[in-house]
Ligand binder design. Structure first.
Ligand SMILES: Nc1ncnc2c1ncn2[C@@H]1O[C@H](COP(=O)(O)OP(=O)(O)OP(=O)(O)O)[C@@H](O)[C@H]1O
Ligand SMILES: [Mg+2]
Length: 359
């Protein structure tokens, strides 16, 4: 008769030469059984460890038979499922909307892009990653709303709020408006992670992330948390905006970050008064979007004019893209069609983005 514990001890002499860990204590052994003179178990191997099978078999037999020459050793090998490389496998594309300067219209572009995509028949989510000044509660007409919290596997999870067919989460849904918060690096990162891990995102074609301006802690946490399909850079036509936007763009292009730039949106490109529909007043100069496109070797996804309706829509929680009769909605629709093509091009030609590893 074979002694259960003695056999286990003998199997502790079977060691992975790469990690020097034995097969018993490293946790790769399952379904261990000793029946009369037969020892059987399953070993879970990483796909790259196929070459260890023979070694494990030989060592296990050698070790056990040194004490129990009559023993029979049966090892069943199973390939370990590779851990999903994304925390949100149900989301096809994760898109960040970024800029260098503040106030250029990231949130406006992010929201109207989300709504236009939804109108094209896509399933869309919106993650308000601007923790310093979350805009979405106001822009979507959701001020004072709270997300439903549901216990899933005994952990509380947030359910995104649905508005205009867009599933949205924002820090503005969790904090009182007058709650003046000074959040620092680690706290910020923690909230972004909760927005990813502790939120029940449904199946989505696009998850749009509205970023704060610049290249700070939030941007850093995002590229370390979730693989971004790509980034949309928003700028105004002004030259100072271009210089700042270029810095933001370059952060995503850093070799170890390596997030594709999908294109540039130039916002506030001109102003056309309702009573003079043929006039274009270029209040913020011109050429910024085009220049940035050249510098970043990317494409111009659209130029959005400055209009009363865009501003009013933002303040009133009725974004123009949700009102297709508004002429400004057409600009967002054209931008969105260009955007869809850019994402498809990217997905057809480039590998999935990897998250940045913190060393
Ligand atoms: N094309 C436009 N026409 C008119 N108003 C606009 C336009 N784009 C943005 N705005 C207005 O400009 C203001 C700033 O826009 P928005 O909040 O989208 O910018 P942002 O880049 O997200 O700002 P922040 O850096 O503070 O997050 C808002 O009041 C918005 O309604
Ligand atoms: Mg914003």
């Amino acid at each position: 008769m074979l002694d259960n514990n003695k056999v286990l001890d003998l199997l502790r002499q079977v060691v992975n030469p790469n990690t020097t860990k034995n097969i018993v204590d490293s946790g790769i052994m399952h379904d261990y059984q000793v029946r009369e003179h037969r020892v059987s178990f399953t070993l879970l191997l990483h796909p790259s460890e196929d070459n260890l099978k023979m070694l494990y078999l030989a060592k296990a037999e050698e070790s056990i038979k040194s004490v129990y020459p009559e023993a029979e050793v049966l090892i069943n090998f199973r390939k370990e499922q590779q851990a999903p490389s994304t925390p949100l496998p149900q989301v096809k594309n994760v898109i960040a909307v970024a800029s260098g300067k503040g106030g250029v219209g990231k949130s406006t572009v992010a929201l109207n892009l989300a709504i236009s995509l939804q109108q094209q028949g896509f399933k869309v989510g919106l993650l308000d990653a601007d923790l310093y000044g979350p805009s979405m509660p106001t822009m979507m007409g959701l001020r004072g709303k709270r997300p439903e919290i549901r216990k899933i596997a005994d952990k509380p999870k947030m359910i995104p709020i649905e508005q205009f067919g867009i599933h949205t989460i924002s820090l503005g849904f969790l904090l009182e408006e007058e709650q003046a918060v000074v959040l620092r690096g680690p706290r910020l990162g923690g909230i972004i992670k909760q927005f990813v891990y502790d939120t029940v995102w449904p199946d989505l074609d696009y998850l749009i992330m509205d970023l704060p301006p610049g290249t700070g802690d939030i941007q850093l946490t995002i590229v370390q948390t979730i693989p971004l399909t790509g980034v949309v850079i928003v700028t105004t036509p002004q030259q100072v905006a271009v210089a700042d936007a270029l810095k933001a763009m370059n952060m995503f292009l850093l070799p170890n970050v390596n997030v594709p730039i999908l294109g540039v949106v130039e916002n506030m490109s001109w102003f056309t008064p309702v009573e003079l529909p043929d006039h274009k007043y270029k209040l913020f100069g011109e050429g910024g979007g085009e220049k940035l496109t050249k510098l970043g070797e990317t494409v111009l996804l659209g130029q959005i004019p400055l209009t009363m309706s865009v501003r009013e829509g933002g303040d009133a929680g009725l974004p123009v893209a949700s009102r297709p009769d508004d002429p400004a909605a057409d600009y967002f629709k054209d931008m969105t069609l260009q955007f869809i093509q850019a994402v498809n091009r990217r997905n057809n030609t480039q590998d999935q983005t990897k998250i940045v590893k913190v060393s």
